[in-house]
Design a binder for this molecule. Structure first.
Ligand SMILES: *Cc1c(COP(=O)(O)O)cnc(C)c1O
Length: 255
């Protein structure tokens, strides 16, 4: 796993050193506990823990704590708002950033500039716009994206319906400056993590179908959050997006 160390020394302003070492230690411990639970979940189903990447979802968490997170080994951070990410990136050296929330087309240019992966591509139009911008900004290097699927048809969530995804894939896969690494979904809110399992099973099957139909769809499955990541890992998650279990509860009212 990339620890992100090494890039800190490239920072001229010494920002990387400014964090609370106790906070770094407690985030490192939270990370270790999560990774141990991932390992157990993998063992239950015969997977290798190396197949699972942790994204620390850092919305509402201030940059100083995110420097502590990077020092504690959490080097891939997920944000759900472009503007919030924009205010943090320069203050958190050594991190790479994933967009995990809905993207408005007027923020697409900023998003391409900031994020190493956009996990929440939810329409052909957005994919086309990102492709155009990636062609301008990324010097020939394709932009890694995931296609978000609204597996349960929840009106409160964005993402392709499973049927729309199948119909949209040919157009998206033809875009030269995007690399479709796989699919992403948000599990059902449920009192019991088992409540999210049908969503994760469904995403895995949708991904299998997409990969059978198109060689160029990647194998990433981003699913699972603080309350349900073990179930997601059992069902094949390769990326888990963890906020509260790493950073503690968010202020009430935060998404
Ligand atoms: C907030 C958020 C997460 C993390 O949620 P936790 O329950 O805090 O782990 C994961 N994915 C998305 C899309 C989110 O918005």
């Amino acid at each position: 796993m990339d620890t992100g160390q090494g890039s800190a020394t490239a920072e001229p302003d010494g920002l990387a050193g400014r964090f609370d070492p106790d906070d770094a230690a407690s985030i490192a411990m939270a990370r270790a506990r999560i990774l141990a639970r991932v390992e157990h979940a993998c063992r239950r189903v015969g997977r290798s823990p190396d197949e699972v990447r942790l994204v620390g979802v850092s919305k509402t968490v201030e940059p100083e704590r995110l420097r502590a997170a990077v020092a504690g080994g959490v080097t891939t951070l997920g944000e759900n708002r472009v503007q919030e990410a924009e205010s943090k990136v320069a203050l958190v050296p050594g991190a790479t950033w994933h967009l995990v929330g809905p993207l408005q087309s007027n923020k697409a240019r900023k998003a391409v500039a900031i994020f190493g992966m956009i996990e929440s591509v939810s329409s052909v139009e957005l994919a086309e716009r990102l492709d155009r911008i990636a062609g301008e900004l990324r010097d020939g290097e394709a932009l890694p994206v995931l296609l978000q699927v609204n597996v349960d048809g929840d009106p409160a969530k964005s993402g392709f319906s499973p049927d729309d995804l199948a119909g949209s894939l040919p157009a998206i896969l033809a875009l030269p400056h995007l690399r479709v690494d796989g699919l992403m979904t948000v599990g059902r809110m449920a009192a019991d993590p088992e409540g999210a399992r049908p969503t994760f099973v469904a995403l895995r099957r949708i991904a299998e179908g997409a990969r059978r139909a198109h060689d160029s769809v990647g194998a990433e499955l981003s699913m699972g959050m603080s309350d349900d990541f073990e179930v997601a890992v059992e069902e094949g998650a390769t990326i888990i997006r963890i906020g509260r279990a790493l950073f503690g509860a968010r202020p009430s009212g935060a998404v």
